[in-house]
Structures are given as structure tokens and as C-alpha cells.
Design a protein around this ligand. Structure first.
Ligand code: BJ8
Length: 422
């Protein structure tokens, strides 16, 4: 503990406020996670990583930095992790899911900004995030208006490199995106002093595909009834995928999947087989945003999937591994990332198709669409998602909320009423 404090102090964090945050989080985690019944043995890994998310993992980053490696912090699944890895750098997610610092953030961004944006700005301003402080390069992207304007403001307090993500899936958009992937590759090479070779990039692609395959395996296993893992734990797996070392993470999640397979064989689950099965869809839930899954799973339902960037949107597509030249691999990476069906794209029919087929694959009885307050892209699409699901006879409930706990009772009432109709 005391060595962690020294490390945090060196990172110029606000120790007192940070201790307070860890205490609140510890209690929150106990209530939401440790209280679950019939949890998997593999959840020990999740508990450990989460308990050391600001401790041992930051220590690992610091040790790697001492050996000359660089850390790249990101806010969006569009930043190609394969390239970061190929330059021997470490790729971490910086999105935050807690309200701490949000009031400070309102000095830099308008009040009617979504909670996810306010949270990462607030964490920086309140000196609460050891990942931001450990990052040698912070990468933003032109996705929603809220984010792209926020990075201009954020750049004043933390220099931010911005990738231009196109808004359509046209050929011209794909050309722009490929040029952005190349520009990112150059920037990472400059940062690290490492020249990315075909061999290194091939390895990066292999490692990140491995991580995605493990997550895909988890998704498939959740089609089983009774549900073998809670939605809370599955969300945590996805959240941790943005922080932990990818090779270690992949091994641990494959072990967890072995345990799930054994459970499924014996018909064991986290809830009785007749428990209504819900899929979540919409905005990403950054750690420690566990509010909605907790409310849903305390309302007589079990969550069987997350159609979100901290969920299947980040694991569904792999990079083609057949390319042997650097050029072919860059093309494969550009193509894979252009498949991301973020609501920032127009039109975005793929997302509707992906949601309906995922809901069917997971045998979901209903879908809860989740938009953060003030998130235009996902709020708009919630209406289209509702219509697309209606055609398939799958009921949907649309929820708009933020990170505050004030509406928990109200959410519970609405979700219970929805679950009763299933
Ligand atoms: S690829 S979903 S990670 S942009 S919730 S900040 S959209 S106002 S997060 Fe995202 Fe990349 Fe898309 Fe995925 Fe804006 Fe909405 Fe806030 Fe959002």
C-alpha cells in the first residue's frame, strides 16, 4: 500500500481524494460483485485485477516505462491496438465511468455533455487517474461532436493526438481511414523509436485477435441456458480487457471459458433457467460504471450480452491474418476497423442487423437500450433499434441515464415492469 502511495505521489495524483475514491469503489464493488451467489472460480482473476487496477497494473506500466517502453492511452475502439503493440508500446483505455471530478470538468466542457466525457476530463482535473498520468501519448478521435470538441479542450491540459475517424462507410471514407492508420503508425514509431516491421505487426495482429477470440468464445457460451455467468461479471471481463496485459488476459479468459463449459455441461448457472434473459445495447460502460447491470440483475433478470464497445462491438471482427507484407496488413487493419458499427456513422444499418442477430443468437427475451444523457448518436439510434427489434418480435426498453445514483429506484421500477411483461 505505502509503495503504491509513493508511486501515486510521483504521478502527481491527489492522494487524499484518490484514497477517498478507492474507498467508495471498494464498497461499491463489494455490494455489486462480491455479494453474487454461485460465482465462477475464474472471477478471482477479475477481483484481483480490479483491486489492483490503480496499484500493481500501474506498477507494471511504470516498470515497463523504466525499461524504455511507452504507454498509449485511448478513448475509442477505433485506435488500432495491433499497431501500438507492434511498436512494443502498451495500449490502455482511458474512458472513465464514475462521477468524480465531473463538476471540475464543467469548467472545460458544457454541462450538457455526456457523463463519459465529463468523467475522463474530471479524472484528469481532479488528479485521480494514474493511467492518464502514465500515458506518453493520449489519442482522441473525431467520433461524436461531444468528444471531438472535448479533445480540443482536453488538449490544453493533456496533449492529445486526434485520429480522424470518417462518418460514412464510402470508399473515400475508407481511403481517409487508411491514411489515418498510416499516420498513427508513424506517430507511434516516432514516440517509441521502434520501426514497425511486417514481422512485428503480424505478431501484434495475432495477439489482439487472440484476445478477441477469447471474448468471442465467452459471448458464444452465454447463449447457454441457464446463463453460466452474470452480466456483471461479463461486463467486468470486457472492462478489464482495456487495462490488463493482452496475453495474460487472453489466457485467463480462456480458463474462465473452460470453467463455463464445464458448468454448461452440468446444467449449472448463475440464475434459474426460467429467468428472463436480457441483452444490453448502446453506449459503452466504462469501469466502474456497473449501475445498470446491477439494477437489471436485481430486478429478476439476467444479462446475456452487451452490444457495445465495451462488449461485442470490440470483439466481433478479427483482422485478416493472411497478409504477409506490411501493406497487406495495414489494409487488413483498415478494413477490420471500418466494420465498427458505432452510432457516429451515417447511415448505420449494420448496427441494426448486428443487434437483431446477436439478440437471436443469445436467445434474449428482450433488449435494454442504454444511452447516456446528452448522447445524440445513441439516443437517435435507440428509436431505430426499437423498430428493428419489433420486426423480430423482441421487446425493447429504452433507458437514458448518467453516472449518478439518484435514479436507481426509478430505473428499478421501470425495469421490473419491463421484465414482468417478458
Ligand atoms: S466507436 S461508441 S468508443 S465513439 S456516450 S462520448 S458517443 S456522447 S463513446 Fe464510443 Fe468509439 Fe463510437 Fe465506440 Fe459521444 Fe455518446 Fe458520450 Fe460516447
Amino acid at each position: 500500500e505505502s509503495t503504491h502511495h509513493e508511486m501515486w505521489e510521483k504521478l502527481n495524483m491527489d492522494l487524499e481524494a484518490h484514497d477517498g475514491l478507492l474507498e467508495v469503489l471498494g464498497k461499491f464493488y463489494g455490494d455489486i460483485y462480491l455479494s453474487q451467489e454461485n460465482r465462477l472460480k475464474g472471477a478471482e482473476y477479475l477481483d484481483f485485477v480490479l483491486s489492483e487496477v490503480h496499484g500493481l497494473r500501474i506498477k507494471e506500466l511504470q516498470d515497463a516505462k523504466a525499461q524504455g517502453r511507452k504507454v498509449v492511452g485511448t478513448f475509442c475502439v477505433f485506435v488500432p491496438e495491433e499497431i501500438t503493440l507492434a511498436a512494443d508500446a502498451i495500449h490502455v483505455g482511458l474512458c472513465a465511468g464514475a462521477e468524480a471530478g465531473s463538476e471540475l470538468a464543467e469548467q472545460l466542457v458544457p454541462r450538457n455533455t455526456c457523463a463519459l466525457i465529463k468523467s475522463f476530463i474530471g479524472f484528469k482535473m481532479a488528479k485521480l487517474c494514474p493511467y492518464i498520468e502514465s500515458s506518453d501519448m493520449i489519442v482522441g478521435e473525431t467520433t461524436c461532436d461531444g468528444k471531438k470538441k472535448a479533445y480540443e479542450a482536453f488538449n490544453e491540459i493533456a496533449p492529445t493526438y486526434v485520429m480522424e475517424v470518417p462518418q460514412t462507410k464510402s470508399e473515400a471514407a475508407r481511403d481517409l481511414w487508411k491514411s489515418e492508420v498510416l499516420r498513427y503508425m508513424k506517430a507511434v514509431e516516432e514516440l517509441t523509436g521502434v520501426t514497425i516491421t511486417a514481422e512485428k505487426l503480424k505478431e501484434g495482429i495475432k495477439v489482439i485477435n487472440g484476445k478477441r477470440r477469447a471474448l468471442q468464445r465467452l459471448t458464444r457460451l452465454r447463449a447457454a441456458s441457464p446463463a453460466p455467468i452474470s452480466g456483471r461479471d461479463a461486463l467486468l471481463v470486457n472492462q478489464i480487457s482495456f487495462y490488463d496485459d493482452p496475453v495474460r488476459f487472453t489466457a485467463k479468459i480462456n480458463e474462465l471459458c473452460d470453467e463455463l463449459e464445464a458448468r454448461i455441461e452440468t446444467g449449472d448457472g448463475v440464475a434459474p433457467a426460467d429467468t428472463p434473459r436480457l441483452m444490453l445495447s448502446g453506449c459503452p460502460m466504462a469501469v466502474p460504471n456497473w449501475k445498470l447491470p446491477y439494477v437489471v440483475e436485481s430486478s429478476g433478470a439476467v444479462i446475456v450480452g452487451e452490444e457495445s464497445c465495451i462488449g461485442t462491438r470490440n470483439s466481433r471482427d478479427l483482422v485478416d491474418e493472411s497478409g504477409e507484407t506490411l501493406e497487406a496488413m495495414i489494409d487488413a487493419i483498415a478494413d477490420r476497423y471500418m466494420k465498427i458499427d458505432c452510432a457516429c456513422f451515417t447511415p448505420n444499418q449494420e448496427r441494426l442487423d448486428n443487434i437483431t442477430s446477436l439478440a437471436k443468437d443469445l436467445k434474449a427475451d428482450g433488449v435494454i437500450h442504454y444511452s447516456l444523457l446528452f448522447c445524440q448518436p445513441y439516443s437517435h439510434e435507440s428509436m431505430k433499434v426499437d423498430k428493428a427489434l419489433q420486426v423480430e418480435g423482441i421487446p425493447m426498453l429504452s433507458i437514458e441515464t448518467d453516472y449518478s445514483m439518484e435514479d436507481v429506484e426509478q430505473l428499478k421500477t421501470r425495469i421490473e415492469a419491463f421484465v414482468e411483461t417478458l
